[in-house]
Write a protein of this length. Structure first.
Length: 97
């Protein structure tokens, strides 16, 4: 079975997640996919995501898996990164990177 490492940007509570615009990396085994999860969370895409939490998930690729849907499956995150949020007194201010 082939697995894909996919990054998702999620709300604080993890209920609303959206696939980040990346090309998933493919692996021959889940353990290899999981080994790269922390590195994927340190990528520019993950660190610049406009979500409070970014999750890395290893998902099997098969006939029933739609990688382009943006909807995460029930698979648990292999790793997650909570991005620091910045609250200024000015509404609409972007958070610092």
């Amino acid at each position: 079975m082939i697995f894909a490492l996919i990054l998702f940007g999620c709300a604080d509570d993890g209920t609303q997640c959206h696939k980040l615009a990346t090309t998933p990396k493919h692996y021959e085994a889940r353990v290899l996919c999981e080994a790269d999860a922390e590195m994927a969370l340190q990528s520019d895409i993950a660190l610049s995501a406009d979500y409070p939490t970014v999750e890395a998930r290893c998902q099997p690729i098969g006939a029933n898996v739609a990688l382009s849907s943006g909807e995460p499956r029930e698979d648990q995150p292999v790793a997650s990164l909570r991005l620091a949020s910045f609250q200024s007194g000015q509404p609409g201010q972007p958070r610092p990177r």
